[in-house]
Design a protein around this ligand. Structure first.
Ligand SMILES: NC(=O)c1ccc[n+]([C@@H]2O[C@H](COP(=O)([O-])OP(=O)(O)OC[C@H]3O[C@@H](n4cnc5c(N)ncnc54)[C@H](OP(=O)(O)O)[C@@H]3O)[C@@H](O)[C@H]2O)c1
Length: 201
């Protein structure tokens, strides 16, 4: 699958590394234009390319990996989402703890991308951890996922499993998203393994 990435910093390139290792293609974008991503594309290797935000956002699956205070800007003036899947990897430190009934940061992102099927993922671990092979000798790295669209989550968790992660669906963005919302969510920073003996493989 060709996957678009909005934001090509620590988290965008970490996710790109895993996707490329899984045989996918990635289209990276940033705020300054594709010409600034030549070194990044070269370092990532075959399967990686750079484009403008609009082109990256046309992909069937798009990962949002920009600073939490830049999401509105990054999602502005994009092609109609028409049900394409947007994976929100961002953390918004401006509103650390939404009160009961207040939108979580990924619900706020969903409001900025009308028509996108938004999934919250890749936000609860450090980029260096995500970049590493999730298949450890003792088991597979757990990734928490939340979202309101079951079909989108099924497609995404299948992709994650293919990359060697062990996805755990926490439910909808409102309830589940709160559990892995940075910084106070109880699952933030939990680097867990689903135990399985990978040494035999
Ligand atoms: N670093 C981590 O360990 C980690 C872990 C989990 C989640 N996160 C979250 O992931 C997000 C990104 O963090 P990061 O550490 O990867 O940041 P980063 O290294 O500073 O990279 C940010 C990227 O976003 C791009 N960007 C900024 N504004 C943009 C816009 N309007 N349109 C398109 N691209 C834009 C930047 O491109 P330009 O340089 O061209 O502006 C840059 O490529 C944050 O929300 C952070 O909370 C980070």
């Amino acid at each position: 699958m060709k996957i678009g990435i909005l934001g090509a910093g620590a988290i965008g390139t970490a996710v790109a590394t895993r996707l490329l290792a899984g045989g996918h293609q990635v289209v990276l974008s940033n705020s300054r234009g594709p010409h600034t991503l030549a070194d990044t594309v070269r370092e990532l290797g075959p399967g990686a390319s750079a484009a403008d935000r609009q082109e990256a956002a046309r992909s069937e699956l798009v990962v949002l990996a920009v600073p939490g205070d830049r999401t509105a800007e990054a999602l502005a003036d994009l092609p109609d989402w028409q049900g394409r899947v947007l994976v929100d990897a961002t953390n918004d430190y401006r509103t650390p703890a939404p009160g009961a009934g207040e939108p979580t940061s990924s619900e706020a992102v969903a409001q900025q991308a009308p028509g996108a099927r938004v999934i919250k993922a890749f936000n609860h671990l450090f980029a260096a951890t995500l970049r590493a092979d999730p298949r450890r000798p003792e088991g597979n790295r757990v990734l928490f996922v939340s979202g309101d669209d079951q079909e989108a989550k099924a497609m995404f968790t299948t992709l994650l499993t293919g990359l060697g992660f062990a996805p755990i669906d926490l439910g909808a963005l409102a309830g589940g998203g709160r559990l892995h919302q940075v910084p106070q969510g109880p699952l933030v920073g939990q680097d867990l393994l689903r135990l399985t003996d990978n040494r035999a493989q």
